[in-house]
Design a protein around this ligand. Structure first.
Ligand code: BDR
Ligand code: CA
Length: 324
């Protein structure tokens, strides 16, 4: 009975937006791919250097496409940030970007054109696409510079990044820190913007109970996701003070769920800009939280809280869907 109610609940509150996913898989990017493939009309995946070098994030995206058995184009994008030196996140995701599981090598080929070109062509051919970005914003910044008309053709950009505290430096979250100049272009682009920052993603942790739920599921995808969660949990727990977290923050799927299941979240419409030059604060998302009449006009829906139990249930359902 509870399951029936939950299924009905999920159905009534969900939307099926058309999404183009730009990512750097990455354990949580892999989960974002699963959620996007299940809950959205996923029209393409583009990759960017971030958690690992581009060759590897692209390889990982192809692995995920094959595991899900989906017919979605995968295009490789930018291999380095616009200005910053490339720096990866092996200390969180391992050298491969997806350490921890025995991944079957890709059996399908990469699609030809550069990711930036693919995004421009796809958004010009189809109005109203949501760009979901779960890695450094290099590709999206380039798209907006090379083809400024895209800003008015898309429905918006939903991204994982930023927050009122950092994880790569004191004030900067990894995706923004990795390419602040690109992030600055994106936050200034003038259209709809949704930000899943660390304030909300840290409320969405893969606790041992939640990982056990995935481990108990039958099928190849669930088994691989369980192994990936295990690795991700180990690196997160090792990097945090004992007792400060219950499991890894599952950041990236929230940029998808913010569109497909908006009722899961509380949000605030605020102005956010990117610090590109601060010695201590480069890569920080500067959120204008003042209640003064004279403040910057809001440009972003900042997600502030989440119904984590329901969100994880949705993630689990999406994994179960592809895990045969
Ligand atoms: C972000 O950085 C990456 O390590 C994750 O994939 C996520 O997109 C969290 O700061
Ligand atoms: Ca990511």
């Amino acid at each position: 009975m509870a399951d029936v109610r939950r299924a009905a609940d999920t159905e009534t509150r969900s939307r099926r937006p058309t999404i183009l996913l730009d990512c750097d898989p990455g354990h949580d990017d892999a989960i974002a791919i699963v959620a996007a493939a299940h809950y959205a009309n996923l029209v393409g995946i583009t990759t960017v250097a971030g958690n690992a070098p581009l060759e590897r994030t692209t390889y990982n995206a192809l692995v995920m496409r094959d595991l899900l058995g989906i017919d979605v184009a995968v295009h490789s994008g930018s291999g380095r940030p616009l200005v910053a030196e490339p720096k990866f996140a092996a200390f969180v995701h391992g050298e491969s970007g997806l350490d921890g599981a025995d991944l079957p090598p890709p059996t399908t080929a990469l699609d030809g054109t550069h990711g930036v070109e693919f995004i421009i062509e796809t958004c010009r051919a189809n109005e109203g696409i949501w760009i979901v970005a779960t890695g450094p914003l290099t590709n999206i910044g380039l798209v907006l510079r090379v083809a400024p008309d895209i800003a008015k053709r898309i429905a918006g950009i939903s991204l994982m990044g930023g927050g009122t505290f950092g994880n790569r430096s004191t004030m900067a979250e990894f995706n923004i820190w990795a390419d602040p100049e690109a992030a600055s272009i994106v936050f200034d682009y003038g259209g709809q913007l949704v930000m899943a920052g660390l304030d909300v993603t840290h409320q969405f942790q893969a606790t041992p109970e939640r990982i056990a739920q995935i481990t108990a599921m039958p099928g190849q995808l669930a088994s691989i996701m369980s192994d990936l969660f295990g690795f991700f949990a180990a690196t997160y727990l090792a990097r945090h003070e004992p007792g400060s977290i219950d499991g890894p923050a599952v950041h990236d799927p929230l940029a998808v769920l913010a569109l497909t299941h908006p009722d899961l979240f509380q949000r605030q419409h605020q102005h956010v800009s990117i610090e590109v030059s601060g010695e201590l604060t480069r890569g920080m998302t500067v959120i204008d939280r003042r209640l003064l009449v004279e403040r910057h006009a809001p440009n972003c829906d900042v997600l502030t809280s989440i119904d984590a139990d329901r969100a994880f249930e949705l993630v689990a359902q999406s994994i179960a869907h592809f895990s045969t």
